[in-house]
Design a protein around this ligand. Structure first.
Ligand code: ADP
Ligand code: ASP
Ligand code: MG
Length: 426
């Protein structure tokens, strides 16, 4: 007998039939003698639809009201799932995040979990019920409802698994595990049986939507092993866990892509000390999350500065750039909204020279133009034009020996579909 936390994402609870399917899976787990806590996301694209409704009424909704609104999506699926379980003759109890004892800080829209007091969950489990918890939400000490950032139900699952000391934290989605790349973009991606927290965190931070990066961070901190697997099959998925550092590891573990950012270029700024400090301090004060930065070699005492930031911060960043231009002597600025970041990830890269050289050669052979580059000891990221995202991801994947014979060819997405998918989440 085990204590299982099983999280089901939006696709897995997108319709009454799929909720039935989840109910059946949970009941099967229960019948095998386990205690079961399910965490659910909002049905299908509900969260996106709620965001759309909010924007139709107010271009700048208050973060508090936004969280009040978005937290409702998960409450729909949690209660429906409990009803579906009841209809099959089993006891179930649904809880909102706050009823489940998830206490967060007060950063609306990306709150951090501070405490999990899962008393009511434990009591219901002791009572023999299947517990269903709404993902993605919590409550501040002042009683305000918060949400945990897009994809945040993964974090709810990990936090609960830790809070109730579960034996397993299973995260079910529409893929059967973590692949060496998004299988919809790189059809020859290969499923990994196991991946280290460090590699997974780097993949998630670089845009792999399969697990939310905060969830992986939390799992690493508390040693929660995640089993990422499919809601539609029984096949074993991928274990995310600590890996023995002496175990032989691939140099490159995977390729991630991210089309959720835009690029600003400030042209002909004064090439004097303090200009970059002014630009990036202003952006930081406006809470714009800057990712990559490039400053070109100065010419005639002027220089171009480029940076990337999330699409969602476009208005804020543009207003700041406009405001600061007269102070830094910039001639004008351009915004490129059609870019993609493609990253090679692997803790094994630390000790392998030549990765960047090889990557750049392969991209050149495939006529992919590189717009920006950034590196860390375990990641190489390049920014390319959005239309070259797929070809860049695929050729790097192949060049670093990650390809397999694949069954995904027919499910590959178009660049537009990839962009639409990636809008979600950031
Ligand atoms: P859920 O809604 O269940 O949380 P997500 O859409 O957040 O599911 O995550 C699953 C999706 O992640 C898959 O459909 C897949 O396209 C995408 N994905 C991106 N990178 C990877 C990867 N490396 N391995 C597997 N899936 C990935
Ligand atoms: N429903 C939220 C979202 O769409 C949280 C989640 O699915 O994990 O981002
Ligand atoms: Mg997700």
């Amino acid at each position: 007998m085990a204590l299982i936390v099983a999280k089901f994402g939006g696709t897995s609870v997108a319709s009454p039939e799929r909720i039935q399917n989840v109910a059946k899976r949970l009941i099967a787990m229960k019948n095998e003698g386990n205690d079961v806590v399910a965490v659910v996301s909002a049905m299908g694209k509900t969260t996106d639809e709620l965001v759309g409704l909010a924007n139709a009424l107010n271009e700048h909704p208050s973060p508090r009201e936004m969280d009040m609104l978005l937290s409702t999506g998960e409450q729909v699926s949690m209660s429906l799932l409990a009803m579906a379980i009841n209809a099959r003759g089993y006891r179930a109890a649904s809880f909102t995040g706050w009823q489940a004892g998830i206490v967060t800080d007060s950063t609306f829209s990306s709150a951090k979990i501070q405490e999990v007091t899962a008393e009511r969950i434990k009591a219901k489990l002791a009572d023999g019920a299947i517990v269903v918890v709404a993902g993605f939400q919590g409550l501040t000490e002042d009683g305000e409802i918060t949400t945990l950032g897009r994809g945040g139900s993964d974090t709810t699952a990990v936090a609960l698994a830790w809070g109730i000391d579960a034996d397993v934290c299973e995260i079910y989605s529409d893929v059967d595990g973590v692949y060496t790349a998004d299988p919809r973009v790189v059809p020859r991606a290969r499923k990994l049986d196991v991946i280290s927290y460090d590699d997974m965190l780097e993949l998630s931070s670089a845009g792999s939507g399969v697990l939310q990066s905060r969830a992986v961070e939390l799992a690493r901190k508390f040693g929660v092993v995640i089993h990422s697997r499919s809601a539609f099959s029984d096949a074993p998925g991928t274990l995310v866990k600590e890996i023995d550092m002496f175990m032989e590891q691939a140099v490159v573990t995977g390729v991630a892509h991210d089309t959720s950012e835009i690029k600003f270029t400030i042209r002909d700024a004064d090439d004097v000390p303090g200009v970059a400090a002014q630009v990036f301090s202003a952006l930081a004060s406006g809470s714009v999350n800057v990712d990559m930065i490039i400053q070109n070699v100065g010419e005639n005492s002027h220089t171009d500065i480029s940076f990337t930031c999330p699409k969602g911060s476009k208005e804020e960043a543009e207003a700041i750039v406009k405001r600061i231009m007269p102070r830094i002597g910039g001639r004008d600025y351009v915004i490129d909204e059609n870019i993609a970041k493609v990253s090679l990830v692997g803790t094994g890269m630390k000790s392998s020279p030549g990765i960047a050289a090889k990557a750049f050669s392969v991209l050149a052979e495939n006529k992919v133009n590189i717009l920006m580059i950034s590196t860390s000891p375990i990641r190489l990221s390049i920014v390319v034009e959005g239309s070259q995202c797929q070809v860049a991801a695929r050729c790097l994947h192949e060049a670093f020996g990650l390809d397999s014979e694949s069954v995904f060819e027919e499910t590959a997405l178009s660049p537009e579909e990839i962009a639409a998918k990636m809008q979600k989440g950031r």
